[in-house]
Design a protein around this ligand. Structure first.
Ligand code: AFP
Length: 352
C-alpha cells in the first residue's frame, strides 16, 4: 500500500491546537464528532441509489420551504446524535424549525446545515455539511438567544465536502484555515492543505446567471464588466463556475481564488438572497477571512451582522479580497465603473 499522503493526522492537529489554547477544547470535541459522523455520511452518499432513493423528496418541507430529501433528514439525525457526544447545549439546523436543546450544561451552541446542496444528490455532484460553533451566552433568556450573536463570535466553523475526496475544511479560534482529507484506507483524516491563502485577485466568478433579470443594478454592472472581459473596464477575460453547491464553490475558491455571489434579488422572498446567515454565510465567512479572503452582504462584513432570527437569510459575496472590495465599490457609487476607479491599475488590475 502506498505511503499515506497526509503529513499530520486530524487527532494530532486537534491535540496540538488545544495544548496551545485550552479554551478550544470543547470546539475540538465538536470537530471530532463531526469527523466521525462525516465518515458515516460519506459512505452513505458514495452508495447513491444503491442505498435507496437518497435524493427522493419527502412529503415534509424544511425552514427554507424546500421539500426535504431523504438524505437531508438522515444527515440531520446523524449529526444530532454526534453532537450529543460533545459539550453542545443547543443546536440550530436548517432541517429543524426551532432550536434543539441537548445538554443544558454544555458550553457551546452549534448551527448547521446538515446537507447543503441536496438538490445535487441524484446528480452525483459534491454536497456538504456546514457548521458553526458559538459560545453559549451566560443567563440566556432562551435557547434561541445563544444563536443571535454576530459571526465574529464563532469559536470554530467549517464544512465537510462529500466529493471525489471527503474533506473537512475548518478553522478553530484564530488559527488559519485547514483542510483534512479522509483516507479511506485507514478511515482517518490527514492534513491535505495547511493554511490555504485565497489569491487576492481573481478572474473567476460564481453566480446563478439565470437570475440576471432579478438582480440590482450594481450586481448586473459588475457581472456585465466581467463578461466584457479584456475589452471591458476590467481589462481581463473571466471564467464562470456555478455548481449549485455552496461547499463546492467555497472549496474551489479557497484553493484557486474567485468570487462567489448569491445577492438579494427581486424575486418574492429573495430580497435577502437564498443563503442562511447562521449556518451557511457565517461559517464560510469565518474560514474565508482566516484564509485571507473577504465575505460581505455586498457591502457589510458578514461576520459583523447580528442575526434577526435563527433562519435569517443574507446576501452572500465571498472570495478574493480585491474583487470583493471592487464589488463593494459598484454598490457605493451608482455611476461607478472600474476603468474610472481612482485605484484602477495601469495593467487593468485593481489596486485596492
Ligand atoms: P439546496 O441545498 O436546496 O440544493 O441549495 C443549495 C444552496 O443552498 C447552495 O449550496 C447553493 O450555492 C445555492 O443553494 C444554489 O441556489 P440556486 O439553486 O438558486 O442556484
Amino acid at each position: 500500500m502506498p505511503q499515506l499522503a497526509g503529513t499530520e493526522d486530524f487527532a494530532a492537529y486537534l491535540d496540538q491546537t488545544v495544548e496551545l489554547d485550552a479554551r478550544l477544547d470543547g470546539a475540538a470535541q465538536v470537530l471530532r464528532a463531526i469527523a466521525a459522523a462525516s465518515i458515516e455520511m460519506s459512505e452513505l452518499i458514495s452508495l447513491g441509489r444503491l442505498y435507496g432513493q437518497l435524493g427522493a423528496s419527502r412529503a415534509s418541507t424544511n425552514t427554507d420551504g424546500d421539500v426535504q430529501k431523504e438524505l437531508d433528514v438522515l444527515a440531520n439525525d446523524i449529526f444530532v446524535s454526534a453532537f450529543r457526544q460533545a459539550p453542545v447545549a443547543a443546536i440550530v439546523s436548517e432541517e429543524l424549525s426551532e432550536p434543539l436543546v441537548l445538554d443544558p450544561a454544555g458550553s457551546l451552541a452549534v448551527a448547521m446545515d446538515p446537507l447543503d446542496g441536496s438538490s445535487n444528490i441524484d446528480a452525483n455532484v459534491s454536497i456538504g455539511t456546514i457548521f458553526s460553533i458559538l459560545p453559549v451566552l451566560a443567563n440566556a433568556s432562551s435557547a434561541e438567544a445563544h444563536f443571535l450573536q454576530p459571526g465574529r463570535m464563532q469559536i470554530g466553523a467549517g464544512f465537510v465536502i462529500y466529493g471525489p475526496q471527503t474533506s473537512l475544511v475548518f478553522a478553530l479560534g484564530s488559527n488559519q484555515t485547514q483542510i483534512f482529507t479522509l483516507d479511506r484506507r485507514d478511515g482517518r483524516f490527514y492534513q491535505a492543505v495547511s493554511a490555504p491563502i485565497i489569491a487576492r485577485e481573481c478572474a473567476e466568478y460564481a453566480i446563478n446567471a439565470s437570475n440576471y433579470r432579478h438582480w440590482d443594478a450594481p450586481v448586473r454592472a459588475f457581472i456585465d464588466d466581467c463578461v466584457q472581459g479584456a475589452e471591458g473596464p476590467l481589462k481581463r477575460n473571466h471564467n464562470m463556475r456555478w455548481t449549485g453547491s455552496l461547499v463546492a464553490d467555497a472549496y474551489r475558491i479557497l484553493l484557486r481564488g474567485g468570487i462567489f455571489l448569491y445577492p438579494g434579488d427581486h424575486r418574492a422572498g429573495y430580497q435577502d438572497g437564498r443563503l442562511r446567515l447562521l449556518y451557511e454565510a457565517n461559517p464560510v465567512a469565518f474560514i474565508v477571512e482566516l484564509a485571507g479572503g473577504l465575505a460581505t452582504d455586498c457591502v457589510r462584513p458578514i461576520l459583523d451582522i447580528v442575526p434577526s432570527g435563527i433562519h435569517a437569510r443574507v446576501p452572500l459575496v465571498f472570495g478574493s479580497a480585491a474583487t470583493v472590495e471592487l464589488l463593494t465599490c459598484y454598490h457605493g457609487d451608482p455611476q461607478f465603473s472600474a476603468d474610472r476607479a481612482p485605484l484602477f491599475g495601469k495593467r487593468g488590475l485593481i489596486r485596492l
